[in-house]
Design a protein around this ligand. Structure first.
Ligand SMILES: [Zn+2]
Length: 296
């Protein structure tokens, strides 16, 4: 049994945390619901980073592809045990997409029954003032429809476009999925939870200034939390400006556990179950079957 940690939120004995994370979580099994292992920034040391993640208990990793040309690379990676592929067309790469990619995505998914765990990464990103919102909306809508048709969950990127994302999701009732790296308001969180969606919680939660997000993470239903790194992006506190690493999921785990005054062991277990349920991951030997997914 790993030790219960003092609660950082209530101010009891803040932990000299990072040095302890390694020991406390060695025996935990946990899931990274969003990690771009195919990113070229991992080319020099990908295998050793994956091994390091496994050594630290990160037993499941979801890798969402962002462009058609990356699908084969992600498929290749997902041949390794514990790595699962999602395929999609990301809103930030409009210049790489063409409308025929939607039919190609459908064919790709149909040719690989049971291999893709989700449609993603898809979504809307209105951060850039010159973003082509209409074209983004078109690709997003097409891919939501495809996910509904194939009964796959979606992995959604939403930046400066949360209300538009929610409006699109409402038009596809029954769709399941996750809003990755959630950074919206409490009201938006409530709407997404009401739609049955999960919220992906990443490195941002480790920054004390992320008050709004930390408040939501404290009080939202634990069954709807997925942990993620988004590595090599979104470094955790203390590592700003550096390449984010798969193993830093442990820092996210610790931050969320502190905020919720729970143990890393319990939270690792619960969020692993949440990830396995949403993406219908095969049950691993020695691991209990996750509780069935409930949409309400
Ligand atoms: Zn991503």
């Amino acid at each position: 049994m790993a030790a219960e940690y003092p609660c950082a939120f209530t101010g009891h004995t803040p932990l000299a945390a990072l040095a302890c994370i390694r020991d406390a979580t060695t025996m935990n099994e946990l899931a990274d619901s969003h990690v771009h292992l195919d990113d070229p920034r991992f080319d020099p040391d990908r295998d050793s980073l994956i091994r390091d993640a496994r050594r630290h208990g990160i037993c499941e990793q979801i890798v969402p592809a962002t462009r058609r040309r990356d699908w084969p690379r992600v498929e290749q990676l997902a041949r390794q045990s514990g790595i699962h592929a999602a395929y999609g067309l990301h809103p930030l790469f409009l210049a790489n997409h063409c409308p025929e990619d939607i039919a190609a995505l459908q064919a790709w998914l149909l040719e690989r029954p049971g291999q893709a765990v989700a449609v993603g990464e898809i979504g809307l990103d209105f951060h850039a003032p010159d973003s082509d919102r209409e074209t983004q909306q078109w690709y997003f809508r097409q891919q939501l429809q495809l996910a509904a048709q194939l009964e796959l969950p979606v992995i959604v990127h939403a930046r400066k476009a949360m209300d538009e994302v929610i409006a699109q999701l409402r038009r596809q009732p029954g769709l399941r999925g996750v809003i990755h790296a959630f950074a919206g308001s409490r009201q938006q969180a409530d709407q997404l939870l009401g739609l049955g969606f999960h919220l992906g919680i990443g490195g941002t939660v480790s920054y004390p200034r992320a008050q709004r997000l930390r408040g939501i993470v404290q009080s939202m239903p634990v069954e709807r939390i997925l942990l993620e790194t988004d590595a090599p992006d979104q470094p955790v506190a203390g590592y700003q400006g550096q390449r984010n690493l798969p193993v830093r999921l442990l820092n996210v785990l610790q931050s969320v556990a502190d905020l919720r005054c729970t143990s890393t062991t319990a939270l690792a277990r619960q969020t692993l179950d949440n990830t396995c349920s949403l993406f219908r991951l095969p049950v691993r030997p020695g691991v209990e079957a996750p509780s069935p997914f409930t949409a309400d």
